[in-house]
Write a protein that binds this ligand. Sequence first.
Ligand code: SF4
Length: 356
Amino acid sequence: MIPKTAELLQILPSQISETTANSPPKDDKSWQQQQADALREPARLLQQLALPDSLLAAAEAAGARFSLRVPAAWLARIEKGNPTDPLLRQILPAAEELRSSTAFSTDPVGDRAARAAPGLLHKYQGRVLLMTTGACAIHCRYCFRRHYPYSDDSLLTQLPAALDYIRTDNSIHEVILSGGDPLSLSNSRLAQLIQQIQTIAHVKRLRIHTRTPVALPERIDAGLLEVLNTVKLQSVMVIHCNHPEELDEQVLEALSALRQCGLTLLNQSVLLKGVNDNVDILSHLSQRLFSAGVLAYYLHQLDRVEGAQHFEVPDTEAIALHDALRQQLPGYLLPELVREQRGVGAKTPLQEVCRP
Ligand code: SF4
């Protein structure tokens, strides 16, 4: 039975697994179990991947600041014994995270200043972003929201105020579900949330920002597809994939199922040193995404979040890389290289940011 709205709104993110475990649709159980079983201990990670113990002290220290979390599906794609594996680099807490730099902050893109209502960010004209949950299937070391105070901003308890904000501003035509990762919510909660948004006449489009189809493809279950199939708004899903090795057969199947729901599928990547700062890797990624029905949308220059300095590719190198990519790909496969700037009303092409 789908819970009533009032009940839904009283559920905190920390209670998600427990609550949904009581009455999940049958096909919810396996992804929730996968999510609950995600690896969180650096020592186990090193042991399972045959990596040297010398990495442990730093992994524990950095993991105490932003915890390790990696689902089995992601783990299986990492090459054992290779400390430079690009998928490992994205999830292993590392010594470099402990360094600080004045250019890097805990709120690099001005999220807190953009908070227009509880759980709602309003940065750009015509669209708002809902912080649906702080939970994610995977913890990415470079996450620009790794310091975000989710516990202060739980949408599930504050949804009425966020919806009121949307209702009273008829210039808002698009609602973006973000977080955290909105696909960390159960199917019934997601259905309820979408239903509420659909009652607002001036909202025409729904956008879902998620890394889950790539990190935890088991999440794309029959129940979720049913929810997505019945959405009346024009719907876009923006996945997050940085390297072609992230796209194994299971992920491709999940993407194909999502596409059959009529969603427009786009991808955003973050340009990451030691992961995808290579023209052949980025070219392969765009092409592999396209064959899975996903268009490359943005290539983000790293948001300068504290703890992620070691992932930054200098702007001049990023622009040169993008120029080289342009030579290799047709225009429709070329993601736009952008930087998000605090207080600016749109993402800005990096070439413009750096123009003298
Ligand atoms: S999935 Fe997205 S929100 Fe979650 S840790 Fe990774 S980058 Fe951050």
